[in-house]
Ligand binder design. Structure first.
Ligand code: BEZ
Ligand code: FE
Length: 281
């Protein structure tokens, strides 16, 4: 073998360049990537113009990224890769609360709030009481569990998308369960919204005849000592985008009930229990 590049021997030519000094895991991953990428280019018969367009797409994706905008996460999400990586790495027993995408709008360090507090600070939207328990697979209550919650506002934007327009930490908060393992807070019934679609990923969705909407959801990170971290959402059950979420985040077990209240602290009530599984040893 000459080591020269040929169309037929393209994969071998590239992968043979890796030496015994290569990091073994990087070597495994990159040789598979080269194998599948070359097969894709060959099967799709990519033209020079198409490859140039792909390079422009990636360049623009990088250029639009900032501390508030992550186009590559949007790309991964809209191609279903985020959900696939999440699924492979978070297989859980039946009955445990399932994971879904984190999304780009999580901000660590939200204010700690008391049970029953409201997280909605802008006075917009339809108030909703969120309540339930954090339990294990046997139904035992988990005290000291942390619930980090965030949602969009009634206009479909997260606080970080509208700095200066929305109060800081609007629709965000952290709660810790007491001895009853219960949680309760008031937020708003979230609304469906488009993922940021004014960049290359938005263009891609248009070329694919896809809409950019996510069905209305509340985001949660639930943690407790000795239990697996759950990164998840609960979805509004009658949302028109449930079956066509732009980022494939919906799972049947995460679709929550929203019932209208005639009196009480809010217009709506959405009960949901989080079921945690023990940390893997
Ligand atoms: C979100 O739900 O916040 C989200 C997830 C993926 C892409 C964009 C937004
Ligand atoms: Fe979201």
């Amino acid at each position: 073998m000459t080591g020269y590049f040929t169309e037929e021997g393209s994969v071998a030519a590239v992968n043979a360049r890796m030496t015994e000094h290569a990091n073994p895991r990087v070597k495994d991953i990159m040789s598979l990537l080269v194998k599948h990428l070359h097969a894709f280019v060959k099967e799709a018969r990519i033209t020079q113009d198409e490859w140039d367009a792909a390079i422009v797409f990636l360049t623009k994706s990088g250029q639009i990224c900032s501390s508030e905008r992550q186009e590559f996460i949007l790309l991964s999400d809209t191609l279903g890769v985020s959900m696939l990586v999440d699924a492979i790495n978070n297989r859980r027993e039946h009955g445990a609360t399932e994971n879904t995408v984190l999304g780009p709008f999580y901000v660590a360090g939200a204010p700690h709030r008391q049970m029953g507090d409201t997280i909605s600070l802008d006075g917009k939207g339809e108030s909703c009481l969120f309540e339930g328990k954090v339990i294990d697979l046997q139904g035992n209550l988990i005290a000291g569990a942390s619930i980090d919650v965030w949602s969009d506002n009634a206009d479909g934007y997260y606080d970080v998308q509208q700095p200066g327009q929305q109060p800081k930490w609007n629709n965000r908060g952290r709660f810790v369960t007491g001895s009853e393992g219960a949680y309760q807070f008031v937020g708003i019934k979230p609304v469906s919204y488009p993922i940021p679609d004014d960049g290359p990923v938005g263009q891609m969705l248009k070329h694919l005849g896809r809409h950019p909407y996510r069905p209305a959801h509340m985001h949660y990170i639930v943690t407790a000592p000795g239990y697996q971290k759950v990164v998840t959402h609960t979805f509004v059950g009658d949302d028109p985008y449930l079956a066509s979420d732009a980022v494939f985040g919906v799972k049947e077990t995460l679709v929550a009930v929203y019932e209208q209240l005639t009196d009480g602290p809010a217009k709506w009530r959405s009960p949901f229990d989080f079921v945690l599984t023990r940390e893997r040893s």
